[in-house]
Design a protein around this ligand. Structure first.
Ligand code: 13P
Length: 264
């Protein structure tokens, strides 16, 4: 396995926070603290609420920051009240989309099957899906983590071709670490991401597994990011709470940049 083959992706998941005006203000702060005149070695993505997407796309113009949505529907159009299609996102300049976040699974009935459909629709329309998987605390405590992860992967990636899977980003987000302040240890995160990579090697092949970006998410912050990101198989972060503070988010980006520069 070779970390240098993969570019780190640091993505902020703002969840249901910030009005459009507040989102632009935070984006400006992030631009100032993260992008003080130099290009980034890692990819930076801001996944903001639907209502802020257009404003944030405009606010990041001229920088390398990318914008992502937090969900997308799998049908191209039709009677799906409250949903948003791939084309609607593409048209306004969105490039990434989170699918299968545990909060969508927990509160909105998302299943591995619907995650699979959303991810495939995103790929077909030219969006990069960030596919979220992760075990519950009870599953970790009963030793089921690997079974849960391999099953989620198999179902969420079902029917994706080799050229599809190369464009997918996986986010390993242990549910017990999300918003709890209880981060996985560097070893737990590294071991789970390695396991995910091995599953992908079995489902596809080693070359594909070696090239796929696997993020860690769950209480990642300015203090613990460097340790987590230093793990061979952790290729970035999907950050909730700490992505809402420009200074903290920029520290995480800087940790990723420092690690990326080893490979230049
Ligand atoms: P926190 O960083 O707030 O734990 O959230 C993680 C997450 O859910 C990112 O998608």
């Amino acid at each position: 396995m070779n970390k240098s083959k993969r570019r780190a992706i640091i993505a902020g998941n703002w969840k249901m926070n910030k009005t459009a005006a507040e989102a632009v203000a935070l984006t400006e702060e992030i631009k100032n603290s993260v992008f003080s005149g130099r290009t980034q070695d890692c990819e930076v993505v801001l996944c903001v609420p639907f209502t802020s997407l257009q404003a944030v796309v405009k606010a990041v113009e001229g920088t390398s920051i990318k914008v992502g949505a937090q969900n997308v529907h799998f049908e191209p159009c039709g009677a799906f009240t409250g949903e948003i299609s791939v084309d609607m996102l593409k048209e306004i300049g969105v490039e990434y989309v989170i699918v299968g976040h545990s909060e969508r699974r927990q509160y909105f009935g998302e299943t591995d099957q619907t995650v699979n459909k959303r991810a495939k629709a995103a790929l077909a329309g030219g969006l990069v899906p960030i596919v979220c998987i992760g075990e519950l605390l009870s599953q970790r405590e009963s030793g089921e983590t690997e079974n849960v992860l391999s099953s989620q992967l198999k179902l969420c990636l079902e029917g994706m071709s080799e050229s599809d899977i190369k464009k997918v980003v996986i986010a390993y987000e242990p549910v017990w670490a999300i918003g709890t302040g209880k981060t996985a240890t560097d070893e737990q995160a590294g071991d789970a991401c390695l396991f995910i990579r091995e599953c992908i090697a079995k489902l596809y092949n080693h070359e594909i597994a070696d090239g796929i970006t696997i993020q860690y998410g769950g209480s990642m912050n300015a203090a613990n990011a460097a340790g987590l990101l230093s793990k061979e198989d952790v290729d970035g972060g999907l950050i909730g709470g700490a992505s809402l503070k420009a200074i903290d988010f920029s520290k995480i980006v800087k940790s990723a940049n420092t690690l990326e520069r080893r490979f230049l």
